[in-house]
Structure formats: structure tokens, C-alpha cells
Design a protein around this ligand. Structure first.
Ligand code: OOG
Ligand code: NI
Length: 474
């Protein structure tokens, strides 16, 4: 695993795995509840796998069982275009690319975001580490003087170490890093994500930024974009949510995303406030310090990726529930919301076969041993539906590897305090985001569609080759 290939470079997969592990250790030390959560998730996952052999088999076939224990996503919030384009280059060293564009201004959060993650199947199987990365939209600050001040503060900070930049450049120039360089890169890159208890601004500036939006204070007031959560994947989010209080954790009132179903779709998430941290302000000599809440805990459960058609149905059903029941600050009406959600989502079929037949979700196709045997002895139909009916072809759900903007907004809001619902007039600006990023954002639907198509082609090709074998033998 740690062996360099012929070029003497270690794989980007290995660098990502080293980084994920280092990040997880750092976050465990910084936020002890994260460690508690990992233990609870591991317990629940083990119980689910022990009692649900069908799920265990499916995850094994999909290559997901192996990765569950290391599977994490995190989030950071950046302040400038330069910080964003450099993070793109930093994540590229670990084999992660920008996938998906999420506009959160529509939900009153002055950022737009992307997810950095591995793209190809083998890399996802090794370690699907993802980072939800947001860029502050300073243009959404109404107060012009404050906007200029924030831009000025941001322009003066350096969130990457010099050595990290040098190693990114080396990776770009020679095409990889040696084992020793990779270890150094991981340690240097980690510095960007570390928590700093000393604000770079005075208490007075912090307050003005905070009054404009808590998120603006979080992005602008510190030396770097501290990782604000690290989320393990659970196989039963309702069980983890229910058992959190036993371990001293209080989750938010509702689980974001779709309801519990037999066939999981997309992504379900819930979070909890982790820390109120003491901070010292710049130039502050008094013993009185401030506090800042930025870091939290979260769990996620992943289901099948939906097609554009399935996603449109999901969005419509979710919007109809949210239009009907608004969950209050203290969790009022959470029960109504949950039952309304389950009720309305009955419109979205809850069997893999229907989801496939109606082209609502993406599936991976594979040939069965019966299919190969049949191909050798007879001429097979070349229609996928017929092959499935004969038991020659099987299909498994392709897991959703991305995020959901409405859920993300809910996660942001619950951790910023629910009192800050604002609506911004300016809308989605993907072009500006891509200009800041210095690259085009990959469309996640294209990736799923490609994987589905490739699996089907490969399966049909395998059957064809098995059939040829018959003709050669005969
Ligand atoms: C990111 C919130 C979004 C998710 O899982 O949807 C997110 C943030 O608070 O910076 O992490
Ligand atoms: Ni998250």
C-alpha cells in the first residue's frame, strides 16, 4: 500500500488517506465529542451489519463496506478567490476535485460552495474523503465600509504555510510526491485547518462583523479556515440520533433530507453544536475573553444517487413539506414535519426495481454467473430489461457521493443560531465561483450517468465475449 510506483511517487490515494487520518486525530483532540460520536457510529454500524445481511452483501458488492470506517466529510469556509484557487491545488495533491455548485445565498447564508472529492471509482473505494468548501460572498454585505474592511483584513492573511505551497508546486511540476514529501505535505496542509484561539481582529471589529452575519465573523476574524466539523457515515441515522443523548450529545431537532425508507436515497444528515470556544481578541490585554461558536458535530447516512428526474421529484416533495410545516427554533413541530415528510414521500417509489424502471435513480449493472453460463450455451437478448428478468444481469444502487443545498443550509443555520434567517437579493453566481476557483466545477449528475452507462456496457460486453467463446469452441 505504501509502496511507491515506478516513478517513485506515492499515490494521491495514499496522501488522501494519510491526510484524513491526521485530520481525524487533530479534530478528535480539538473537539472531544467527535471521538464520542465516532464510537457511537461504530457501534451502531456494527449492529446494523450484524442484523442486516442483505445490506452487508450489497455494500460488499459495491465496494462500500471497506470504506465505511474511514469515510468522512468535513467543511471549511474561505474568504478570498486566491484562498479558493489554492485549496483546489492543495486538494488536487490528494486526488480531490471540485464537484457540484451549491448556492446558499437563497437560504440566507452569504456563501457559495463546492465539494472537493475523489471522482473515480477505485479512489472512492479507497477513501471517499470530501470537503464541503464555501467561499464568502463579500458582495452580499450591505454596509460598504464594513465590506471594504473585511476585504482588507482577508487580503492580509496567509492561510497556507510556505512549505505547503512549495510542495503543491512540486507536485504540479513533477507530477507527484515522494513518501517523505507526502508526509511533510500532510503535516503542512493540516496547519491550514487547525483551530486558532486568537482572533486577528479586535473585539469591536469582531462584533461589527458578527452583527452583519455570524458567518462573516467566523470567516474574517481568524488566521485560517478552521475545519468546522468532520462527519462519519452511519448505516442507521435514526438509531444514532436516538442514542446521542445517552452519550451526552444533543442533536438538532430534525434530520435533514429525505425520510427513512426501505430504499435509502441521497443523503440524510443531522448535526449538533459542539463547542463554545474561548477566544482572545487582537490588542486585548484584559482578562475578559470572548467566545465563538463555529465547530460542531454531524452524522450522515447515504443512499442511492438520483437522476435529474428523480431529483426534481425529491426537490418538489421536500419543498411541499417545508412549505407546509416550518420547524420552530426549539424544535417545535419537529414531529409534524417528520410525519408529513414520510407521508408526502410515498409518491417516490420505495423499491430498487421501480426506481430503476422509472429512471429515478442510478444503478451499477453486473453480470451473474447464470448469465455467463447462458451466454455460452444460447443466444441472449441484448435488452437490459429482459436480461434482468432472466436473472442474467443484476443492478445495485450507486451511492450518492455529494451534498444537498437545502440540507446544507439547514446544517449551517442550526449551527449559526436559527435567529438569522435573511434573504439576499443577489442570486446564484456559478460563473463568479468558477472564476475564483480557477477551474470548471464538474457536474455530479454526469459522473453518475457515466458510471451507470459504463457498467452496463461492460456487462453486455462480458456476455458478448462469453458468447464468442461458445462459437470458438463449437
Ligand atoms: C458547511 C455546512 C454544510 C453539509 O454536510 O451539508 C455541510 C458549513 O457549515 O461550513 O457540511
Ligand atoms: Ni457537513
Amino acid at each position: 500500500m505504501g509502496f511507491p510506483n515506478m516513478t517513485g511517487f506515492v499515490s494521491t490515494d495514499r496522501i488522501r488517506s494519510l491526510f484524513t487520518e491526521a485530520m481525524s486525530q487533530m479534530y478528535r483532540a480539538e473537539v472531544p465529542q467527535y471521538g464520542t460520536l465516532l464510537e457511537l457510529v461504530a457501534d451502531v454500524n456494527a449492529e446494523v451489519l450484524a442484523t442486516n445481511p442483505e445490506l452487508r452483501n450489497r455494500l460488499t458488492r459495491a465496494g462500500e463496506l471497506e470504506r465505511i470506517d474511514v469515510e468522512r466529510h468535513g467543511a471549511i469556509r474561505l474568504g478570498t478567490a486566491e484562498e479558493l484557487s489554492t485549496i483546489r491545488r492543495l486538494f488536487a495533491v490528494m486526488g480531490m476535485q471540485s464537484v457540484g455548485y451549491y448556492d446558499l445565498s437563497v437560504a440566507g447564508v452569504p456563501v457559495h460552495s463546492t465539494c472537493f472529492r475523489p471522482i473515480d471509482q477505485a479512489a472512492l473505494g479507497i477513501n471517499p474523503f470530501r470537503v464541503f468548501t464555501s467561499l464568502l460572498r463579500l458582495e452580499l454585505i450591505e454596509d460598504e465600509a464594513l465590506r471594504a474592511e473585511a476585504a482588507d483584513i482577508l487580503s492580509r492573511r496567509r492561510i497556507y504555510t510556505e512549505r505547503a505551497i512549495a510542495l503543491i508546486e512540486r507536485h504540479e511540476q513533477v507530477g507527484g510526491l515522494s513518501e517523505a514529501e507526502a508526509a511533510e505535505f500532510v503535516a503542512e496542509a493540516l496547519e491550514t485547518f487547525r483551530w486558532h484561539g486568537e482572533a486577528t481582529v479586535s473585539a469591536e471589529t469582531y462584533k461589527r462583523l458578527h452583527d452583519a452575519h455570524r458567518l462573516i465573523a467566523d470567516v474574517v476574524s481568524f488566521k485560517g479556515p478552521h475545519i468546522n466539523h468532520l462527519t462519519p457515515r452511519t448505516l442507521d441515522i435514526d438509531a444514532v440520533q436516538a442514542r446521542m443523548p445517552e452519550r451526552g450529545i444533543t442533536p438538532k431537532a430534525v434530520i435533514e433530507g429525505p425520510p427513512r425508507r426501505d430504499c435509502d436515497i441521497l443523503l440524510r444528515q443531522t448535526s449538533f453544536k459542539a463547542l463554545e470556544e474561548a477566544i482572545a481578541f487582537a490588542g486585548d490585554t484584559s482578562a475578559v475573553k470572548g467566545t465563538h461558536t463555529a465547530r460542531f458535530g454531524e452524522i450522515e447516512q447515504r443512499g442511492v444517487a438520483l437522476t435529474a428526474k428523480g431529483r426534481a421529484l425529491y426537490d418538489r416533495l421536500l419543498a411541499s413539506v417545508r412549505g407546509e410545516v416550518q420547524v420552530g427554533a426549539g424544535g417545535a413541530k419537529a414531529g409534524d414535519y417528520g410525519s408529513e415528510l414520510s407521508e408526502r414521500f410515498r409518491e417516490l417509489p420505495d423499491s430498487w426495481a421501480e426506481l430503476r424502471q422509472q429512471a429515478l435513480a442510478f444503478f451499477h449493472y453486473s453480470v451473474t454467473p447464470e448469465g455467463i453460463a447462458a451466454a455460452v450455451s444460447e443466444t441472449l437478448p441484448d435488452d437490459a430489461d429482459q436480461l434482468i428478468e432472466c436473472g442474467y444481469l443484476v443492478f445495485d444502487p450507486i451511492v450518492y457521493e455529494d451534498f444537498l443545498p437545502v440540507s446544507a443550509a439547514g446544517i449551517f443555520q442550526s449551527n449559526l443560531g436559527t435567529d438569522q434567517q435573511q434573504n439576499y437579493a443577489t442570486r446564484s453566481n456559478r460563473a463568479a465561483f468558477e472564476a475564483a476557483l480557477g477551474a470548471v466545477v464538474t457536474d455530479e449528475l454526469d459522473l453518475y450517468a457515466e458510471r451507470q452507462a459504463r457498467s452496463l456496457e461492460t456487462a453486455i460486453e462480458l456476455l458478448r465475449l462469453a458468447g464468442l467463446q461458445l462459437k470458438t469452441v463449437a
